[in-house]
Design a protein around this ligand. Structure first.
Ligand SMILES: [Zn+2]
Length: 430
């Protein structure tokens, strides 16, 4: 269907503070076909009354199985996940939950997600349902289940347990189902599975496993992302061929040149580390060790992002949904933290969460900016997000491949939002 959005102020997603004022956007067959000053033809028109339109957000780090609601007593264990995945009925319930979270991402303004660790092949199945228009959801670049090692990060929960390079090759082949585009490796430990202070980034995956998985993945045309929360982890991941470093850590000149030589990217995830560091015990129930490790990880993520930006290494943004207090509808917080903690401008944060993220995924010819020829993936906001990123919190309208969702509603968790907003205000006003 052909239609026009009129009287709209456009933020293109290109790295600029410029707003294209009072424009008309013509959309036809899911694409932006023209941006003009006046409407010159008689077609269906939606008057946006001076609102702000920008590209749909892209979330590079999503786990669909989990809401982000703090659920202190119910820590997910391998045994629990195994039980839930064993029976048809519980599998169906979890599958539908993941499908709904994908829909939440879209209706909150995220028109593309990359999943980096899920249950079974659920992510791919949901991605296919979206492509076949059998469900409402964003464009999905999937990894399905990740690969970890015995007692490694998320092993048995969102990741397979891999013992040696041959195992790694076997798992990569198994995960490669024609839909996935990434293989996710859990190279180091994480905050929640560290037992001693300073341990969150301890190297868990042997370099030979990282190498075997990367070679196999690349031979199948897949990219590799790696969970890494220490300098050693980043070095081992990059030395053995991964394409994106998730989270990151303090870099030495060695890792910087590995990033550059491999043309690798960093995916910065401030959203999960922020509440762990800035919220109190009553809200997080973290042990003192977990709290200390959270601070180490957050500092590492911030320093890594800064160093990468200084060295022209691509930095993208993802929220790491399903972590404590990291919901499927609050991506604007990631942008706000990127500005406050990494020290970029609002316009650069918007550019990063749209076009830069699309470039990292290799889909910037399809989406990521408001330009003629691109997919009509956009959000419409009541206020200018360049002035205040909170304008992104509740979009007035979401467009995905030209299909419009007006005043989209998502299920929000009031308690989570209140706690996060208070914590955010305390650092944003500092
Ligand atoms: Zn993650």
């Amino acid at each position: 269907m052909k239609y026009a959005l009129t009287n709209v102020n456009i933020i293109t997603g290109l790295n600029t503070d410029n707003v294209l004022k009072h424009k008309v956007i013509i959309i036809n067959n899911n694409k932006i076909i023209s941006i003009q000053d006046h409407l010159e033809e008689k077609i269906k028109t939606i008057d946006l009354q001076g609102k702000y339109l920008m590209p749909g957000l892209i979330n590079l780090h999503v786990h669909l199985p989990g809401s982000g609601m703090p659920n202190h007593r119910k820590k997910q264990t391998k045994e629990k996940v195994k039980k839930l995945m064993k029976f048809g009925i519980t599998r169906r319930i979890i599958f539908n939950m993941c499908k709904n979270f994908a829909k939440t991402e879209l209706l909150s303004g995220v028109t593309t997600i990359r999943t980096v660790g899920g249950l079974s092949n659920f992510d791919s199945r949901i991605a296919n349902l979206v492509e076949d228009k059998k469900t409402i959801g964003p464009r999905m670049i999937t990894s399905d289940m990740a690969i970890s090692v015995p007692n490694g990060h998320m092993e048995g929960i969102l990741a397979y347990s891999c013992c040696n390079p041959l195992d790694a090759i076997r798992y990569v082949k198994q995960i490669n189902n024609g839909t996935v585009k990434y293989i996710k490796l859990m190279v180091t430990g994480g905050v929640t599975d560290a037992l001693i202070e300073g341990e969150p980034g301890v190297l868990r995956m042997a370099p030979e496993i990282v190498k075997a998985a990367s070679i196999e993945a690349h031979s199948l045309g897949l990219k590799v992302s790696a969970h890494t929360e220490s300098t050693e982890g980043v070095r081992v991941a990059l030395e053995n061929g991964v394409d994106t470093i998730e989270h990151g850590a303090k870099l030495t000149p060695k890792e910087i040149s590995l990033f550059q030589n491999n043309k690798a990217s960093l995916v910065c995830t401030l959203s999960p580390a922020f509440p762990m560091v800035y919220l109190g015990y009553e809200q997080t129930h973290l042990t003192p060790i977990e709290k200390t490790n959270s601070r180490i990880v957050l500092d590492g993520i911030i320093e890594c992002a800064k160093t990468c930006l200084e060295n022209n290494i691509p930095v993208g943004l993802g929220t790491d949904t399903a972590c404590l207090y990291t919901t499927h509808y609050n991506m604007w917080i990631e942008l706000a933290l990127f500005v406050k903690l990494v020290g970029v401008s609002n316009s650069f944060a918007i550019h990063t969460a749209t076009l830069k993220n699309a470039q990292i995924l290799g889909i910037d010819h399809i989406t990521g900016s408001i330009e003629e020829g691109k997919s009509a993936d956009f959000i419409v906001l009541d206020n200018n997000p360049l002035d205040n990123l909170k304008a992104l919190e509740k979009p007035y309208m979401v467009g995905f491949r030209g299909k419009i969702f007006k005043k989209p509603r998502v299920k929000r968790y009031k308690q989570v939002d209140n706690i996060l907003n208070n914590a955010l205000n305390s650092i944003l006003t500092k």
